[in-house]
Ligand binder design. Structure first.
Ligand code: ADP
Length: 257
């Protein structure tokens, strides 16, 4: 596949104390730059703005107030992009920042503008780094400007730019038949071709303190990919260079196809 979207979660990018996991970030930048050098077009959807902002501001708990979260995200986002820029530069890789709201889905003109920007960035061998525009997007009763999570955002990006594959890196080896953090006998499902109510029942609740989506949003993303006749792989992001192995067809994680 020539066009790939990679999504990394907060749990991959930050340590439990909110500090950036520079080893994982470095390996991610090395890997994605390598793919571009091989002639692939790569888009990175990166979470972590709030997690990084919390660490930088010395705040322990994610506050429940939305404006506070937006302020923290604004601080974290710029720090995150600074780190990406430095690390990608080591490998000679250029990046561009794309912040999206649900407008990209709701308005055809916005959709077209976003698509045009992606096409031109990819043409220039730039890796677009995507996040939700947390300053603008608020989910109130009748103002659904928000995607809610980067899992579904990454699937929307992947289908928008017609990428064949979405690689989702998390803090878990793949999708299990039930939450492996609760049930010791949970088994990894290597391949899923169809998602229904029963699949969602295995998804359990929210995962980590800083991550937001848990498995439910990852399944919804996988559903979007399957509906568009495209694939998604969910794998552990502890060593992001496993992406090389994934692309060689090694059976790692869960393949939704
Ligand atoms: P990220 O920050 O990478 O987006 P999340 O913390 O939101 O990750 O989601 C991953 C977590 O989902 C896992 O660490 C695990 O605790 C939880 N989880 C719940 N059900 C399952 C399941 N069936 N298979 C795998 N993980 C599950």
């Amino acid at each position: 596949s020539a066009r790939i979207v990679v999504k990394v979660g907060t749990s991959t990018l930050t340590h439990a104390n909110g500090k950036l996991n520079l080893k994982a970030i470095d390996q991610l930048c090395y890997t994605l730059s390598g793919l571009v050098n091989e002639g692939k077009q790569v888009v990175l959807v990166s979470s972590g703005a709030i997690g990084v902002g919390l660490g930088l501001l010395g705040i322990d708990e994610r506050p429940s107030s939305i404006p506070q979260q937006q302020a923290i995200a604004a601080v974290g986002q710029t720090q995150l992009m600074t780190v990406y820029q430095q690390r990608f530069a080591i490998y000679g890789q250029k990046i561009g920042q794309i912040l999206l709201t649900h407008d990209v889905v709701d308005y055809p003109i916005s959709h077209q503008n976003v698509l045009n920007t992606f096409e031109n960035l990819l043409q220039l061998n730039v890796i677009p780094i995507v996040n939700e525009n947390d300053t603008v997007a608020v989910d109130e009763l009748d103002h659904h400007t928000k995607f809610g999570d980067n899992d579904q955002l990454s699937a929307i990006v992947a289908t928008t730019i017609d990428a064949d594959l979405l690689i989702m890196l998390s803090d878990i080896d793949g999708f299990f038949d039930k939450n492996p953090r609760k049930y010791a006998d949970a088994v990894l499902l290597p391949r899923i071709g169809h998602i229904d109510e029963q699949t969602f029942e295995g998804a359990g609740g929210q995962g980590t303190k800083l991550g937001t989506g848990g498995m439910t949003t990852k399944l919804k993303a996988a559903q979007k990919m399957l509906n568009a006749d495209k694939s998604m792989i969910l794998a552990n992001g502890e060593n992001p260079s496993i992406i090389f192995k994934l692309l060689q067809g090694e059976p790692i994680g869960t393949l939704f196809q």
